[in-house]
Design a protein around this ligand. Structure first.
Ligand SMILES: Cc1cc2nc3c(=O)[nH]c(=O)nc-3n(C[C@H](O)[C@H](O)[C@H](O)COP(=O)(O)OP(=O)(O)OC[C@H]3O[C@@H](n4cnc5c(N)ncnc54)[C@H](O)[C@@H]3O)c2cc1C
Length: 401
């Protein structure tokens, strides 16, 4: 396997995790990133135990502990009076049960941590890939400057607008009808949110808001989702304005309105979605992360699944060896498809429940939330080990064979 060459398109969370997993095994890997410099949007990301256990194995335990926050709970509340609807305990309980922590982290901190695992000369910046082609014995990237990169395998980690995905489907991203304003607020402006580090969500008619501390507790990241079926920005992200956002949340609980008022800048994003694929690889091209299965952010799992994909694909390639590329990609697809499709579906469905108008359906939702607050219902999601799933599949095949 170390003799195989791999070209990765995209140095996001998926691409860097995959590069790190392959480098650990001594594989010849290069990452091509269109951005002239590496940075991540000013926002947070929630990392659940299904991803943190894999990041720890890659050697990022100490680094993450130094920059992340371990929230004690996820709390769901009513939009107007802040009534607590559900509290899911995290903290030590989560660590004990799943053997890995739940973290909230600034995206730039996660990105920098992943980058520390990949030699800098392996990450090529200002390297936009315009096309991916393949033949029986090689895969090729045609770059924006006209040059060509040849490798044994190309992995598209190039996000929702993936070029590599065109090998697997001819679909296009669909606007979901939801937009999200994201912002960061210095912790000292919202001390009332930090008495206990928590992920807090407020549900209301047609919109919801989520917030949590990041940067070792120095900042609070928030995302305020707003249903906007007719929003038609040419770009899919734009600089938003606190002046536009604040009136949309008029009448909401003061913990929300004070948080929004405390933000200096916000960005506004149109949330897009794509259908599930029926495979994640073909010939010498595979896709991981949002390129494979973009998901609406309402289960907070897109980055977590990108990390799972990266580790699972690396493991499939290492186990099948350089001559088993086809088998490795088939195995990767088999293992990942049902799990990621389920999370994609649940992420899509969540929005209806989050955004219910007050009434019977909302009361049923709240009653159900109050009676299901433990970690049990997260077992399938947080308890999953993507590396073991690959090894388990091999063991099952051997036993059956
Ligand atoms: C508001 C919001 C909140 C979210 N919250 C969470 C959360 O709490 N937890 C969670 O797990 N997930 C969350 N997600 C989802 C998560 O952000 C994504 O799933 C994750 O970032 C996907 O990573 P990726 O590396 O696959 O893609 P991306 O992050 O999109 O990275 C793709 C990279 O490829 C590069 N690229 C693209 N095209 C080319 C090209 N042609 N040539 C070269 N380079 C290229 C891009 O510049 C980029 O660097 C959230 C998403 C949103 C929108």
């Amino acid at each position: 396997m170390p003799q195989m060459s791999v070209a990765i398109v995209g140095a996001g969370i998926a691409g860097l995790t995959f590069a790190a997993a392959l480098r650990r095994a001594g594989v010849d890997v290069h990452v091509y990133e269109q951005a002239p410099r590496l940075f991540e949007v000013g926002a947070g990301v929630q990392l659940a135990p299904n991803a943190t256990r894999l990041l720890h194995r890659l050697g990022l335990g100490d680094r993450l502990r130094a920059v992340a926050v371990a929230p004690q709970a996820i709390e769901m509340r009513r939009w107007d009076d802040g009534t607590l609807l559900q509290r899911t305990p995290l903290g030590d309980l989560c660590l004990l049960r799943f053997g890995a922590p739940y973290y909230t982290v600034h995206r730039a901190d996660l990105h920098r941590s992943l980058l520390s695992l990949v030699p800098r000369e392996r990450v090529h910046l200002a390297a936009r890939c315009d096309a991916v082609t393949q033949s029986a014995d090689a895969a090729r990237l045609t770059m924006g400057d006209g040059t060509t990169v040849v490798a044994d395998l190309v992995v598209g980690a190039d996000g929702i607008h993936s070029v590599a995905r065109e090998h697997l489907a001819s679909d296009r991203p669909q606007y979901s009808g939801q937009t999200i304003y994201r912002g960061l607020v210095p912790a000292e402006r919202v001390p009332y949110l930090l008495a206990e580090p928590r992920v807090q969500l407020w549900y209301g008619p047609d919109q919801h808001c989520v917030c949590y501390p990041v940067s070792s507790g120095r900042q609070v990241s928030f995302g305020a989702t707003v249903t906007a079926p007719d929003w038609r920005e040419e770009s899919w992200s734009a600089r938003g304005s606190v002046r536009d956002l604040a009136p949309v949340y008029t009448g909401w609980h003061e913990d929300v309105t004070r948080l929004i008022d405390a933000a200096e800048t916000v960005s506004r994003w149109a949330l897009h979605d794509r259908e599930s694929l029926d495979r994640f690889g073909s010939g010498r091209v595979a896709v991981i992360g949002d390129a494979a299965h973009p998901m609406l952010p309402f289960r907070a799992q897109g980055a977590n699944q990108a990390i799972e994909d990266a580790v699972a694909l690396a493991r499939c390639l290492l186990e099948e060896g350089a001559d088993g590329l086809g088998a490795a990609l088939r195995r990767y697809s088999r293992i990942r498809l049902s799990r990621t499709s389920r999370i994609q579906r649940e992420s899509r469905d969540s929005v209806r429940s989050f955004h219910l108008a007050d009434g019977d359906a909302q009361r049923r939702r709240d009653t159900a939330a109050r009676t299901s607050s433990g970690l049990d219902r997260h077992q399938w999601l947080f308890g999953y080990d993507a590396e073991r799933a690959v090894a388990g599949r091999a063991a099952a095949v051997q036993n059956n064979g």
